[in-house]
Ligand binder design. Structure first.
Ligand code: NDP
Length: 461
Protein backbone atom coordinates (compact mmCIF):
# COMPACT_ATOMS: atom_id res chain seq x y z
CA UNK A 1 0.00 0.00 0.00
CA UNK A 2 1.21 3.51 -0.87
CA UNK A 3 0.84 6.61 1.35
CA UNK A 4 -1.35 9.33 -0.12
CA UNK A 5 -1.37 13.04 0.52
CA UNK A 6 -5.16 12.68 0.68
CA UNK A 7 -4.65 10.89 4.02
CA UNK A 8 -4.05 14.35 5.48
CA UNK A 9 -7.43 16.06 5.45
CA UNK A 10 -7.76 19.79 4.81
CA UNK A 11 -11.10 21.46 5.63
CA UNK A 12 -10.24 24.42 3.40
CA UNK A 13 -10.22 22.09 0.39
CA UNK A 14 -13.63 20.61 1.26
CA UNK A 15 -15.14 24.11 1.25
CA UNK A 16 -13.29 24.91 -1.92
CA UNK A 17 -14.73 21.88 -3.74
CA UNK A 18 -18.26 22.63 -2.54
CA UNK A 19 -17.96 26.14 -3.89
CA UNK A 20 -16.50 24.89 -7.18
CA UNK A 21 -19.43 22.52 -7.60
CA UNK A 22 -21.92 25.33 -7.07
CA UNK A 23 -20.18 27.66 -9.49
CA UNK A 24 -19.73 25.10 -12.27
CA UNK A 25 -22.96 23.11 -12.50
CA UNK A 26 -23.24 20.42 -15.18
CA UNK A 27 -19.47 20.16 -15.65
CA UNK A 28 -18.72 16.72 -14.14
CA UNK A 29 -15.48 16.07 -16.02
CA UNK A 30 -14.08 19.46 -15.03
CA UNK A 31 -15.02 18.95 -11.37
CA UNK A 32 -13.41 15.49 -11.48
CA UNK A 33 -10.17 16.89 -12.92
CA UNK A 34 -9.96 19.60 -10.24
CA UNK A 35 -10.79 17.12 -7.47
CA UNK A 36 -8.00 14.85 -8.68
CA UNK A 37 -5.47 17.65 -8.26
CA UNK A 38 -6.66 19.28 -5.03
CA UNK A 39 -6.79 15.92 -3.25
CA UNK A 40 -2.97 16.02 -3.26
CA UNK A 41 -2.56 19.62 -2.16
CA UNK A 42 -3.50 19.66 1.57
CA UNK A 43 0.09 19.38 2.84
CA UNK A 44 1.29 21.92 0.26
CA UNK A 45 -1.22 24.54 1.39
CA UNK A 46 -0.27 23.89 5.01
CA UNK A 47 3.40 24.42 4.23
CA UNK A 48 2.80 27.47 2.01
CA UNK A 49 -0.02 29.59 3.51
CA UNK A 50 0.71 32.36 0.98
CA UNK A 51 -1.00 30.19 -1.64
CA UNK A 52 -4.21 30.33 0.42
CA UNK A 53 -3.83 34.03 1.27
CA UNK A 54 -3.56 35.00 -2.41
CA UNK A 55 -6.32 32.56 -3.43
CA UNK A 56 -4.10 30.78 -5.94
CA UNK A 57 -6.51 27.85 -6.22
CA UNK A 58 -9.57 30.04 -6.70
CA UNK A 59 -7.81 31.87 -9.51
CA UNK A 60 -6.34 28.71 -11.00
CA UNK A 61 -9.70 27.01 -11.58
CA UNK A 62 -11.11 30.01 -13.45
CA UNK A 63 -9.86 30.06 -17.06
CA UNK A 64 -8.21 33.34 -18.04
CA UNK A 65 -10.43 33.38 -21.14
CA UNK A 66 -12.96 31.17 -22.92
CA UNK A 67 -13.84 31.76 -26.56
CA UNK A 68 -16.92 30.07 -27.99
CA UNK A 69 -17.98 30.47 -31.60
CA UNK A 70 -20.20 29.25 -34.42
CA UNK A 71 -18.66 27.01 -37.08
CA UNK A 72 -20.86 26.90 -40.19
CA UNK A 73 -19.85 24.69 -43.13
CA UNK A 74 -21.40 23.07 -46.21
CA UNK A 75 -21.50 19.27 -46.53
CA UNK A 76 -21.07 17.30 -49.76
CA UNK A 77 -24.84 17.30 -50.38
CA UNK A 78 -24.97 21.09 -50.21
CA UNK A 79 -26.60 21.20 -46.75
CA UNK A 80 -25.48 23.93 -44.35
CA UNK A 81 -24.21 22.41 -41.10
CA UNK A 82 -23.26 24.17 -37.90
CA UNK A 83 -21.05 23.12 -34.99
CA UNK A 84 -19.91 24.67 -31.74
CA UNK A 85 -16.23 25.75 -31.63
CA UNK A 86 -14.24 26.56 -28.48
CA UNK A 87 -10.87 27.60 -27.16
CA UNK A 88 -10.22 27.59 -23.43
CA UNK A 89 -7.17 29.76 -22.63
CA UNK A 90 -6.73 28.48 -19.12
CA UNK A 91 -3.48 29.69 -17.61
CA UNK A 92 -0.47 31.60 -18.96
CA UNK A 93 1.57 31.94 -15.77
CA UNK A 94 4.60 30.07 -17.13
CA UNK A 95 4.22 30.58 -20.89
CA UNK A 96 1.80 31.03 -23.79
CA UNK A 97 -1.31 28.84 -23.79
CA UNK A 98 -0.50 25.43 -25.22
CA UNK A 99 -2.77 22.43 -25.72
CA UNK A 100 -4.57 20.45 -28.38
CA UNK A 101 -7.81 20.71 -30.31
CA UNK A 102 -10.32 17.88 -30.04
CA UNK A 103 -12.98 17.18 -32.68
CA UNK A 104 -15.49 14.71 -31.24
CA UNK A 105 -19.30 14.79 -30.78
CA UNK A 106 -18.86 14.65 -26.98
CA UNK A 107 -16.91 17.94 -26.86
CA UNK A 108 -18.44 20.57 -24.57
CA UNK A 109 -17.14 23.08 -22.04
CA UNK A 110 -16.87 20.50 -19.27
CA UNK A 111 -14.61 18.26 -21.37
CA UNK A 112 -12.47 21.14 -22.60
CA UNK A 113 -12.12 22.71 -19.15
CA UNK A 114 -11.03 19.34 -17.73
CA UNK A 115 -8.47 18.92 -20.50
CA UNK A 116 -7.27 22.53 -20.24
CA UNK A 117 -6.93 22.29 -16.45
CA UNK A 118 -4.88 19.06 -16.69
CA UNK A 119 -2.76 20.66 -19.38
CA UNK A 120 -1.57 23.41 -17.00
CA UNK A 121 0.17 20.90 -14.72
CA UNK A 122 1.32 18.59 -17.50
CA UNK A 123 3.01 21.48 -19.30
CA UNK A 124 4.56 22.62 -16.05
CA UNK A 125 6.05 19.15 -15.52
CA UNK A 126 7.73 19.15 -18.95
CA UNK A 127 10.15 21.85 -17.64
CA UNK A 128 9.36 23.90 -20.79
CA UNK A 129 7.77 27.39 -20.70
CA UNK A 130 4.20 26.56 -21.73
CA UNK A 131 0.88 27.61 -20.19
CA UNK A 132 -2.28 25.51 -20.43
CA UNK A 133 -5.12 25.61 -22.94
CA UNK A 134 -7.42 23.34 -24.90
CA UNK A 135 -10.01 23.70 -27.63
CA UNK A 136 -12.07 21.91 -30.20
CA UNK A 137 -15.52 21.36 -31.59
CA UNK A 138 -18.44 18.95 -31.34
CA UNK A 139 -17.68 17.98 -34.95
CA UNK A 140 -17.20 14.29 -35.81
CA UNK A 141 -14.63 13.76 -38.58
CA UNK A 142 -15.64 10.07 -38.72
CA UNK A 143 -17.46 9.26 -41.96
CA UNK A 144 -16.80 12.73 -43.44
CA UNK A 145 -15.07 13.19 -46.80
CA UNK A 146 -11.72 14.99 -47.03
CA UNK A 147 -13.54 17.93 -48.62
CA UNK A 148 -15.98 18.17 -45.73
CA UNK A 149 -13.17 17.98 -43.16
CA UNK A 150 -11.27 20.70 -45.04
CA UNK A 151 -14.26 23.03 -45.22
CA UNK A 152 -14.98 22.47 -41.53
CA UNK A 153 -11.34 23.17 -40.54
CA UNK A 154 -11.24 26.33 -42.67
CA UNK A 155 -14.43 27.63 -41.08
CA UNK A 156 -13.16 26.77 -37.58
CA UNK A 157 -9.88 28.63 -38.17
CA UNK A 158 -11.66 31.61 -39.73
CA UNK A 159 -12.71 32.54 -36.20
CA UNK A 160 -9.94 30.97 -34.11
CA UNK A 161 -7.12 32.81 -35.94
CA UNK A 162 -8.01 36.08 -34.17
CA UNK A 163 -7.30 34.59 -30.77
CA UNK A 164 -4.12 32.54 -31.28
CA UNK A 165 -0.54 33.32 -32.27
CA UNK A 166 2.94 31.86 -31.92
CA UNK A 167 3.59 33.99 -28.81
CA UNK A 168 0.03 33.81 -27.45
CA UNK A 169 -1.66 30.47 -27.92
CA UNK A 170 -0.33 27.51 -29.90
CA UNK A 171 -2.86 24.70 -30.52
CA UNK A 172 -2.01 21.13 -31.56
CA UNK A 173 -3.90 17.88 -32.24
CA UNK A 174 -5.92 15.57 -29.98
CA UNK A 175 -8.76 13.10 -30.58
CA UNK A 176 -10.06 13.58 -34.13
CA UNK A 177 -7.35 16.09 -35.02
CA UNK A 178 -4.41 14.39 -36.73
CA UNK A 179 -2.02 15.34 -39.51
CA UNK A 180 -4.79 15.95 -42.07
CA UNK A 181 -6.72 18.35 -39.83
CA UNK A 182 -3.56 20.19 -38.65
CA UNK A 183 -2.70 20.76 -42.32
CA UNK A 184 -6.06 22.30 -43.18
CA UNK A 185 -6.10 24.42 -39.99
CA UNK A 186 -2.55 25.69 -40.46
CA UNK A 187 -3.17 26.41 -44.16
CA UNK A 188 -6.17 28.60 -43.34
CA UNK A 189 -4.30 30.46 -40.58
CA UNK A 190 -1.43 31.21 -42.98
CA UNK A 191 -3.84 32.42 -45.63
CA UNK A 192 -5.68 34.75 -43.24
CA UNK A 193 -2.62 36.18 -41.51
CA UNK A 194 -0.20 36.08 -44.44
CA UNK A 195 2.56 34.82 -42.18
CA UNK A 196 4.32 31.47 -41.86
CA UNK A 197 4.93 31.00 -38.15
CA UNK A 198 4.87 28.15 -35.65
CA UNK A 199 1.29 28.85 -34.56
CA UNK A 200 0.36 25.16 -34.49
CA UNK A 201 2.42 22.13 -33.56
CA UNK A 202 2.07 18.65 -34.97
CA UNK A 203 2.88 20.05 -38.43
CA UNK A 204 4.26 17.82 -41.14
CA UNK A 205 8.02 17.60 -41.29
CA UNK A 206 8.02 19.31 -44.73
CA UNK A 207 6.41 22.47 -43.38
CA UNK A 208 7.91 23.17 -39.99
CA UNK A 209 7.14 20.07 -37.96
CA UNK A 210 9.48 18.18 -35.66
CA UNK A 211 10.74 14.67 -36.03
CA UNK A 212 9.18 12.34 -33.42
CA UNK A 213 6.16 14.62 -32.76
CA UNK A 214 3.63 12.00 -34.00
CA UNK A 215 5.40 9.35 -31.93
CA UNK A 216 6.00 11.49 -28.84
CA UNK A 217 2.97 10.82 -26.63
CA UNK A 218 3.07 7.05 -27.10
CA UNK A 219 6.85 6.80 -26.86
CA UNK A 220 6.82 9.08 -23.80
CA UNK A 221 4.24 6.98 -22.02
CA UNK A 222 6.40 3.88 -22.47
CA UNK A 223 9.57 5.77 -21.42
CA UNK A 224 7.72 6.83 -18.27
CA UNK A 225 6.78 3.19 -17.68
CA UNK A 226 10.45 2.21 -18.06
CA UNK A 227 11.43 4.83 -15.48
CA UNK A 228 8.85 3.49 -13.02
CA UNK A 229 9.96 -0.10 -13.66
CA UNK A 230 13.61 0.81 -13.12
CA UNK A 231 12.78 1.72 -9.50
CA UNK A 232 12.03 -1.99 -9.06
CA UNK A 233 14.98 -3.16 -11.17
CA UNK A 234 12.67 -4.25 -13.96
CA UNK A 235 12.24 -3.28 -17.63
CA UNK A 236 9.66 -3.56 -20.43
CA UNK A 237 11.50 -6.56 -21.85
CA UNK A 238 9.17 -9.57 -21.90
CA UNK A 239 6.20 -7.68 -20.45
CA UNK A 240 2.73 -8.53 -21.77
CA UNK A 241 0.75 -5.34 -22.30
CA UNK A 242 -2.84 -4.22 -22.82
CA UNK A 243 -3.20 -1.12 -25.00
CA UNK A 244 -6.56 0.56 -25.57
CA UNK A 245 -7.35 2.78 -28.56
CA UNK A 246 -5.87 2.48 -32.03
CA UNK A 247 -5.24 6.14 -32.81
CA UNK A 248 -2.09 8.19 -32.59
CA UNK A 249 -1.18 7.47 -28.96
CA UNK A 250 -2.05 3.76 -29.07
CA UNK A 251 -0.11 3.16 -32.29
CA UNK A 252 3.16 4.62 -31.06
CA UNK A 253 2.77 3.13 -27.59
CA UNK A 254 2.60 -0.25 -29.32
CA UNK A 255 5.60 0.54 -31.52
CA UNK A 256 7.76 1.52 -28.54
CA UNK A 257 6.68 -1.49 -26.44
CA UNK A 258 7.73 -3.73 -29.35
CA UNK A 259 11.07 -1.94 -29.63
CA UNK A 260 11.75 -2.49 -25.92
CA UNK A 261 10.96 -6.19 -26.09
CA UNK A 262 7.40 -6.19 -24.74
CA UNK A 263 4.35 -7.79 -26.31
CA UNK A 264 1.06 -5.97 -26.98
CA UNK A 265 -2.02 -8.19 -26.75
CA UNK A 266 -4.86 -5.74 -27.44
CA UNK A 267 -5.94 -2.60 -29.30
CA UNK A 268 -9.41 -1.10 -29.56
CA UNK A 269 -11.70 1.58 -30.90
CA UNK A 270 -15.12 2.75 -29.79
CA UNK A 271 -16.69 -0.31 -31.48
CA UNK A 272 -14.72 -2.96 -29.57
CA UNK A 273 -11.29 -4.53 -29.05
CA UNK A 274 -9.07 -7.12 -30.67
CA UNK A 275 -7.15 -9.69 -28.62
CA UNK A 276 -4.09 -11.19 -30.25
CA UNK A 277 -2.34 -13.59 -27.84
CA UNK A 278 0.58 -13.88 -30.30
CA UNK A 279 1.18 -10.14 -29.98
CA UNK A 280 0.76 -7.18 -32.32
CA UNK A 281 4.08 -7.40 -34.15
CA UNK A 282 5.53 -4.50 -36.15
CA UNK A 283 4.09 -6.00 -39.33
CA UNK A 284 0.60 -6.21 -37.79
CA UNK A 285 0.98 -2.69 -36.41
CA UNK A 286 1.71 -1.46 -39.93
CA UNK A 287 -1.65 -2.95 -40.92
CA UNK A 288 -3.34 -1.03 -38.06
CA UNK A 289 -1.65 2.23 -39.05
CA UNK A 290 -2.75 1.88 -42.67
CA UNK A 291 -6.25 0.85 -41.57
CA UNK A 292 -6.70 3.78 -39.19
CA UNK A 293 -4.65 6.58 -40.77
CA UNK A 294 -5.29 5.99 -44.50
CA UNK A 295 -8.37 3.80 -44.87
CA UNK A 296 -10.08 5.24 -41.76
CA UNK A 297 -11.45 1.75 -41.04
CA UNK A 298 -12.53 -0.07 -37.87
CA UNK A 299 -10.29 -2.22 -35.63
CA UNK A 300 -12.57 -5.24 -36.25
CA UNK A 301 -10.82 -5.58 -39.65
CA UNK A 302 -7.68 -6.71 -37.75
CA UNK A 303 -9.36 -9.97 -36.74
CA UNK A 304 -10.40 -10.56 -40.36
CA UNK A 305 -6.80 -10.10 -41.49
CA UNK A 306 -5.03 -12.10 -38.73
CA UNK A 307 -6.41 -15.46 -37.59
CA UNK A 308 -4.44 -15.30 -34.33
CA UNK A 309 -6.80 -12.55 -33.14
CA UNK A 310 -10.41 -12.37 -31.97
CA UNK A 311 -12.66 -9.32 -32.10
CA UNK A 312 -14.96 -8.45 -29.19
CA UNK A 313 -17.67 -5.91 -29.85
CA UNK A 314 -18.22 -3.40 -27.02
CA UNK A 315 -21.55 -3.74 -25.27
CA UNK A 316 -22.20 -0.31 -23.76
CA UNK A 317 -25.10 -1.70 -21.70
CA UNK A 318 -22.38 -3.33 -19.57
CA UNK A 319 -20.34 -0.77 -17.64
CA UNK A 320 -17.10 -2.75 -17.52
CA UNK A 321 -14.82 -3.40 -20.48
CA UNK A 322 -13.81 -7.10 -20.77
CA UNK A 323 -10.55 -6.04 -22.36
CA UNK A 324 -9.26 -5.05 -18.92
CA UNK A 325 -9.84 -8.64 -17.65
CA UNK A 326 -7.18 -10.16 -19.91
CA UNK A 327 -4.12 -11.44 -18.04
CA UNK A 328 -1.06 -9.24 -18.57
CA UNK A 329 1.70 -7.30 -16.79
CA UNK A 330 1.14 -3.70 -17.88
CA UNK A 331 -1.78 -1.56 -19.08
CA UNK A 332 -1.54 1.50 -21.31
CA UNK A 333 -5.00 3.11 -21.56
CA UNK A 334 -4.63 5.28 -24.68
CA UNK A 335 -8.17 6.00 -25.91
CA UNK A 336 -10.28 8.39 -23.85
CA UNK A 337 -11.36 9.70 -20.42
CA UNK A 338 -12.94 7.43 -17.79
CA UNK A 339 -12.33 4.27 -19.81
CA UNK A 340 -11.22 2.38 -16.67
CA UNK A 341 -13.85 2.30 -13.93
CA UNK A 342 -13.42 0.80 -10.45
CA UNK A 343 -14.45 -2.73 -11.47
CA UNK A 344 -12.13 -2.60 -14.49
CA UNK A 345 -9.32 -1.62 -12.13
CA UNK A 346 -10.10 -4.62 -9.92
CA UNK A 347 -10.13 -6.88 -12.98
CA UNK A 348 -6.74 -5.48 -13.99
CA UNK A 349 -5.38 -6.34 -10.55
CA UNK A 350 -6.84 -9.86 -10.71
CA UNK A 351 -5.26 -10.29 -14.14
CA UNK A 352 -1.79 -9.61 -12.76
CA UNK A 353 -1.24 -6.00 -13.84
CA UNK A 354 1.54 -4.29 -11.87
CA UNK A 355 1.91 -1.12 -13.95
CA UNK A 356 -0.52 1.37 -15.49
CA UNK A 357 0.84 4.21 -17.63
CA UNK A 358 -1.85 6.62 -18.84
CA UNK A 359 -1.45 7.66 -22.48
CA UNK A 360 -4.99 9.06 -22.62
CA UNK A 361 -6.11 12.02 -20.50
CA UNK A 362 -7.88 11.02 -17.25
CA UNK A 363 -8.62 7.46 -18.46
CA UNK A 364 -9.10 6.15 -14.90
CA UNK A 365 -11.99 7.26 -12.70
CA UNK A 366 -11.09 8.44 -9.17
CA UNK A 367 -12.35 5.09 -7.78
CA UNK A 368 -10.13 3.18 -10.22
CA UNK A 369 -7.15 5.33 -9.24
CA UNK A 370 -7.82 4.50 -5.60
CA UNK A 371 -7.61 0.79 -6.43
CA UNK A 372 -4.19 1.32 -8.06
CA UNK A 373 -2.84 3.38 -5.18
CA UNK A 374 -4.28 1.02 -2.56
CA UNK A 375 -2.61 -1.95 -4.26
CA UNK A 376 0.69 -0.06 -4.51
CA UNK A 377 1.21 -0.79 -8.20
CA UNK A 378 3.29 1.48 -10.42
CA UNK A 379 0.63 3.97 -11.50
CA UNK A 380 1.76 6.74 -13.87
CA UNK A 381 -1.00 9.39 -14.04
CA UNK A 382 -1.76 11.06 -17.36
CA UNK A 383 -0.36 14.47 -16.57
CA UNK A 384 3.07 12.88 -16.11
CA UNK A 385 2.95 9.79 -18.33
CA UNK A 386 1.51 11.40 -21.47
CA UNK A 387 3.41 14.69 -21.25
CA UNK A 388 5.84 13.55 -23.98
CA UNK A 389 3.52 14.81 -26.73
CA UNK A 390 3.36 18.37 -25.52
CA UNK A 391 7.06 18.23 -24.61
CA UNK A 392 7.99 17.53 -28.23
CA UNK A 393 5.49 20.22 -29.27
CA UNK A 394 7.61 22.53 -27.11
CA UNK A 395 10.71 21.29 -28.94
CA UNK A 396 8.91 21.92 -32.25
CA UNK A 397 8.30 25.52 -31.13
CA UNK A 398 12.00 25.96 -30.27
CA UNK A 399 13.06 24.58 -33.64
CA UNK A 400 10.57 26.81 -35.48
CA UNK A 401 11.62 30.02 -33.75
CA UNK A 402 15.34 29.24 -34.04
CA UNK A 403 14.98 27.95 -37.65
CA UNK A 404 16.62 24.76 -36.37
CA UNK A 405 16.12 21.21 -37.48
CA UNK A 406 17.03 18.46 -35.03
CA UNK A 407 17.50 14.84 -36.17
CA UNK A 408 15.25 12.01 -35.10
CA UNK A 409 17.92 10.78 -32.69
CA UNK A 410 18.35 14.23 -31.15
CA UNK A 411 14.63 14.73 -30.54
CA UNK A 412 14.20 11.20 -29.21
CA UNK A 413 17.09 11.71 -26.78
CA UNK A 414 15.56 14.99 -25.58
CA UNK A 415 12.14 13.32 -25.18
CA UNK A 416 13.67 10.51 -23.16
CA UNK A 417 15.55 12.98 -20.96
CA UNK A 418 12.36 15.00 -20.36
CA UNK A 419 10.38 11.88 -19.36
CA UNK A 420 13.19 10.98 -16.96
CA UNK A 421 13.07 14.48 -15.45
CA UNK A 422 9.29 14.32 -15.10
CA UNK A 423 9.69 11.03 -13.26
CA UNK A 424 12.33 12.55 -10.97
CA UNK A 425 10.10 15.54 -10.19
CA UNK A 426 7.23 13.22 -9.21
CA UNK A 427 9.52 11.17 -6.97
CA UNK A 428 11.13 14.23 -5.34
CA UNK A 429 7.76 15.90 -4.62
CA UNK A 430 6.35 12.68 -3.16
CA UNK A 431 9.43 12.39 -0.91
CA UNK A 432 9.19 16.03 0.22
CA UNK A 433 5.50 15.68 1.07
CA UNK A 434 5.66 12.23 2.57
CA UNK A 435 3.72 10.20 0.05
CA UNK A 436 6.53 8.09 -1.39
CA UNK A 437 5.59 5.81 -4.28
CA UNK A 438 2.51 7.85 -5.12
CA UNK A 439 3.16 9.29 -8.58
CA UNK A 440 -0.29 10.88 -8.65
CA UNK A 441 0.39 13.09 -5.65
CA UNK A 442 3.96 13.68 -6.83
CA UNK A 443 2.84 14.88 -10.28
CA UNK A 444 0.08 17.07 -8.88
CA UNK A 445 2.34 18.73 -6.31
CA UNK A 446 5.33 19.29 -8.62
CA UNK A 447 3.14 20.58 -11.48
CA UNK A 448 1.12 22.83 -9.18
CA UNK A 449 3.95 24.47 -7.22
CA UNK A 450 5.76 25.80 -10.28
CA UNK A 451 2.59 27.44 -11.60
CA UNK A 452 1.53 28.69 -8.16
CA UNK A 453 4.94 30.32 -7.57
CA UNK A 454 4.78 32.01 -10.99
CA UNK A 455 1.30 33.33 -10.15
CA UNK A 456 2.60 34.67 -6.81
CA UNK A 457 5.44 36.48 -8.61
CA UNK A 458 3.09 38.06 -11.14
CA UNK A 459 0.63 39.62 -8.69
CA UNK A 460 -3.16 39.47 -8.58
CA UNK A 461 -4.09 39.11 -12.24
P1 NDP B 1 -7.05 9.59 -31.95
O1 NDP B 1 -8.23 10.33 -32.44
O2 NDP B 1 -5.88 9.42 -32.84
O3 NDP B 1 -7.46 8.15 -31.40
C1 NDP B 1 -8.42 8.01 -30.39
C2 NDP B 1 -8.69 6.53 -30.18
O4 NDP B 1 -9.50 6.39 -29.02
C3 NDP B 1 -9.44 5.87 -31.31
O5 NDP B 1 -9.09 4.52 -31.37
C4 NDP B 1 -10.89 6.05 -30.87
O6 NDP B 1 -11.80 5.12 -31.43
C5 NDP B 1 -10.78 5.84 -29.38
N1 NDP B 1 -11.85 6.58 -28.71
C6 NDP B 1 -12.08 7.90 -28.75
N2 NDP B 1 -13.16 8.24 -28.04
C7 NDP B 1 -13.63 7.08 -27.54
C8 NDP B 1 -14.72 6.75 -26.70
N3 NDP B 1 -15.56 7.69 -26.24
N4 NDP B 1 -14.88 5.44 -26.36
C9 NDP B 1 -14.04 4.48 -26.82
N5 NDP B 1 -12.97 4.75 -27.61
C10 NDP B 1 -12.78 6.01 -27.97
O7 NDP B 1 -6.62 10.37 -30.60
P2 NDP B 1 -5.23 10.33 -29.82
O8 NDP B 1 -4.61 8.99 -29.95
O9 NDP B 1 -4.48 11.53 -30.20
O10 NDP B 1 -5.71 10.58 -28.32
C11 NDP B 1 -6.03 9.51 -27.43
C12 NDP B 1 -5.99 10.00 -26.00
O11 NDP B 1 -4.68 10.51 -25.71
C13 NDP B 1 -6.94 11.15 -25.66
O12 NDP B 1 -7.36 11.02 -24.32
C14 NDP B 1 -6.06 12.37 -25.81
O13 NDP B 1 -6.56 13.49 -25.08
C15 NDP B 1 -4.76 11.84 -25.22
N6 NDP B 1 -3.56 12.58 -25.57
C16 NDP B 1 -3.19 12.71 -26.88
C17 NDP B 1 -2.03 13.39 -27.19
C18 NDP B 1 -1.52 13.47 -28.60
O14 NDP B 1 -0.38 13.89 -28.76
N7 NDP B 1 -2.26 13.04 -29.61
C19 NDP B 1 -1.23 14.05 -26.16
C20 NDP B 1 -1.66 13.74 -24.80
C21 NDP B 1 -2.80 13.06 -24.55
P3 NDP B 1 -12.84 5.61 -32.55
O15 NDP B 1 -12.01 5.81 -33.78
O16 NDP B 1 -13.83 4.51 -32.67
O17 NDP B 1 -13.44 6.88 -32.04
Amino acid sequence: MTTTCADKSCPFLDDFMNDLNKRNPHQPEFIQAVQEVVVSLGPVLQKKPEYVKTNILGRLVEPERIIQFRVPWVDDSGNVQVNKGYRVEFNSAIGPYKGGLRFHPSVDLSILKFLGFEQIFKNSLTTLPMGGGKGGADFDPKGKSDGEVMRFCQSFMSELFRHIGHNTDIPAGDIGVGGREIGYLFGQYKRLKNEFVGVMTGRDINWGGSKIRPEATGYGSVYFAEEMLSTRNESMDGKKCLVSGSGNVAQFTTEKINQLGGKVLTMSDSGGFIHDPEGISNEKLEFVMDLKNNKRGRISAYADAFTSATYHERDYAVATNPMWSIEADCAFPSATQNEIIEDDAKHLMNGGITLVSEGANMPSTPEAQEVFVEKGILYGPAKAANAGGVAVSGLEMSQASGRLFWTREEVDAKLRAIMKTIHEQCVEASEEFDCVGNYNDGANIAGFMKVADAMLDQGII
